[in-house]
Design a protein around this ligand. Structure first.
Ligand code: SF4
Ligand code: SF4
Length: 472
């Protein structure tokens, strides 16, 4: 009986081991020291990293006398060159976020996690952090291990300090750049130099700085594996026609170490050099098939192509190809797929809405509230008076002079001053009274139009349709 149980347990264990033998998930136990090679994907990766330059330089751009792009949370307004957006324009921000989310889905359905591999904050910063680490501690896993396992010497200590100082400096600049989008960038540096940073700015800088230092310096690919929600979602956006880095198993297997004296016609193209694994920033072996950890950076393609060149074989053993292309030699990947067309249509619709919304965004908002207590007052001369509260939102950076008029009701005239001054980026509230002689009131409620003529030829007039209330 005991023997049977032991045999069964062994069988289950063997089965589990067999099932997981190819499972290439680095659960944090590995310290990846990826080899750096040159190649076209490496070059594209450097080029794509430049897309982060606006993040660092954008806040210093000035427009007229203010920061060109500023998310001023304190004033609850967003300046975009000469345009100022307020909480009531939040739908534009929502639409923008939706646009980028759907664009990401579209790109993923075409090219997998190409955003992760080339543009994502986590992979870009990790790439720079590991570059610094390689320069300080050794470029190969062996050199790095020797360095880290070695005794603490002045050389080791100074190299460690140099590495962490460089990491912290990058993290600090990241924190400052992030915060500079939310307050005047030059003023922020002034506060930093004076060591008088406002508390909200200090919290923002420290949070981003610590986050960058930990995520890019220590957690690295583990963020992509375990924390990133996009990594979890992307599998539902790809299909068998999505272009991804694939190892051509039909061509590569059976793999064998290169031995020119003993080359067999049975041998596949893969010379089992492990270079594709050595360069992988997430430490996976693409030869085991596409895996969750692959960020589609293409560095294994560069590595394998260099090996194919050296061994006189055709490049492309690992290449960007669809699952169908790899498994059915005659299949061709097509972007004309329902999933791609659906994502592209939604992206286009949102983009159209966004452009239209921005093009028609009014620099002012005008509202008129009819005061109801009392609904009207009869004056000693017999005329009827109504009380209104006007709200004018001036979204521009200039003072507006507005001439107010009423029309649409015979005999109606404004009792109060008709020139209104609307201050920039402010809501101006004005109480006005309208008088109408009683003989012109043919009904208890009659339409009345308020018109505000802005003394600026480029601006269109304000208009609001209200009512005038009199005795029945
Ligand atoms: S398997 Fe290749 S493409 Fe995927 S993450 Fe590793 S190096 Fe990049
Ligand atoms: S780099 Fe190419 S040849 Fe070398 S192990 Fe990887 S797939 Fe095989």
């Amino acid at each position: 009986m005991t023997d049977d149980v032991t045999r069964n347990e062994n069988t289950v264990e063997q089965q589990i081991n067999h099932d997981t033998i190819d499972w290439q998930t680095n659960t944090g136990g590995l310290h990846i020291v990826a080899k750096r090679l040159t190649g076209r994907f490496r070059q594209w990766k450097w080029l794509a990293m430049l897309s982060w330059l606006p993040f660092f330089l954008g806040p210093y751009l000035r427009w007229q006398d203010h920061q060109a792009i500023l998310f001023d949370l304190g004033q609850r307004q967003f300046s975009l060159f000469s345009l100022t957006l307020y909480p009531q324009d939040l739908w534009l921000l929502t639409l923008t976020l939706l646009f980028f989310a759907l664009l990401l889905a579209l790109i993923t359905s075409l090219l997998g996690r190409v955003f992760c591999g080339f543009v994502c904050f986590q992979t870009v910063w990790t790439d720079i952090y590991t570059l610094i680490e390689g320069k300080c501690e050794g470029k190969t896993p062996h050199q790095a291990q020797l360095f880290n396992d070695g005794a603490w010497t002045i050389n080791k200590l100074s190299r460690k300090i140099l590495k962490h100082a460089a990491w912290l400096m990058i993290a600090f600049l990241t924190g400052v750049s992030f915060t500079a989008w939310f307050m005047d960038a030059y003023q922020l540096w002034h506060h930093i130099v004076q060591l008088k940073i406002p508390l909200p700015a200090l919290i923002s800088i420290m949070t981003v700085m610590i986050g960058t230092y930990i995520f890019a310096g220590f957690m690295r690919e583990q963020v992509c594996f375990w924390l990133c929600p996009y990594a979890r979602l992307q599998s539902v956006m790809v299909d068998r026609d999505t272009l991804l880095p694939h190892y051509d198993q039909l061509r590569g297997e059976p793999r064998a170490k290169l031995n020119r004296n003993n080359s067999s016609s049975q041998q596949g193209s893969c010379v089992d050099c492990h270079l594709c694994v050595a360069v992988c920033p997430t430490g996976i072996d693409i030869r085991q098939g596409q895996q969750q950890g692959c960020i589609t950076c293409g560095l294994c393609i560069d590595a394998c192509d260099s090996v194919m060149d050296k061994t006189g074989q055709e490049t492309g053993l690992i290449r960007y190809a669809s699952h169908n292309e790899i498994h059915q030699a005659s299949a061709k990947s097509s972007w004309m797929r329902p999933r791609v067309l659906l994502y592209a249509s939604i992206v286009l619709i949102i983009l159209t809405g966004l452009i239209r919304g921005l093009a028609t965004l009014s620099p002012t908002e005008f509202n008129v509230l009819h005061q109801r207590q009392p609904l009207f007052v009869q004056l000693s001369d017999g005329s009827i008076q109504n009380h209104y509260t006007l709200k004018i939102m001036n979204k521009t950076q200039q003072v507006m002079q507005i001439d107010l008029q009423v029309s649409g009701l015979e005999g109606a005239r404004l009792k109060t001053p008709t020139l209104i001054t609307a201050l920039p980026s402010k809501m101006t509230t004005v109480n006005v009274f309208v008088l109408v002689p009683e003989q012109y009131l043919s009904a208890a409620m009659l339409p009345l139009t308020f018109t505000g003529h802005i003394r600026d030829e480029d601006m269109t007039d304000l208009s609001y349709q209200s009512v005038f209330v009199g005795p029945q």
